[in-house]
Design a protein around this ligand. Structure first.
Ligand code: SF4
Ligand code: SF4
Length: 154
């Protein structure tokens, strides 16, 4: 069973608790992150509206908290998300959720889980990314999820 993270960034507050929780859980030092809260904006949509999204984005170091989830716990970012906008689970279920509303991002690494005890020095997690879609583009269809990567609904 393949798992992933679904993040509803429409309601993300940008608190960065997920970033800190991930760093502490994995012992990532300065400059290494399992997830980053990226800024998309600010830029003006029209005279009255500014676009400014905070978009939490797992990096290639994300192992979906393999040790925690193997023990039946939630990933630490999901556990510590103050706004409750992160979900962990089977990718099929998350795809159904992704299809229900815009402004979400689905991440699914395709890898042999990287654990803290691993001695690998080279990246061994494969990711692909699909660029943000422009307004009016159609939603990414589930069949595209055959490939690993990040997918967004807008
Ligand atoms: S699932 Fe775990 S490793 Fe991945 S971003 Fe969240 S806390 Fe970090
Ligand atoms: S912890 Fe939740 S609300 Fe805070 S930045 Fe991360 S995803 Fe957004």
């Amino acid at each position: 069973m393949r798992n992933g993270l679904l993040i509803d960034y429409e309601f993300c507050t940008g608190c960065q608790s997920c970033e800190i929780a991930c760093k502490q859980e994995h012992g990532f030092g300065i400059g290494k992150w399992g997830i980053r809260v990226l800024d998309e904006g600010p830029w003006e949509i029209d005279e009255k509206t500014v676009n400014w999204n905070k978009i939490p984005t797992p990096t290639s170091l994300c192992d979906l908290c393999a040790e925690r989830t193997a023990g039946g716990k939630l990933p630490t970012c999901v556990h510590h998300c103050l706004a409750g906008v992160m979900k962990f689970g089977p990718i099929d279920q998350l795809v159904e959720e992704l299809d229900k509303k815009p402004n979400q991002v689905l991440s699914s690494p395709d890898h042999t889980p990287a654990r803290r005890s691993d001695t690998h020095s080279s990246p061994h997690i494969a990711w692909e990314s699909i660029p943000l879609r422009a307004p009016g583009d159609t939603l990414q269809r589930p069949e595209a999820l055959i490939a690993p990567g990040r997918f967004m609904s807008r």
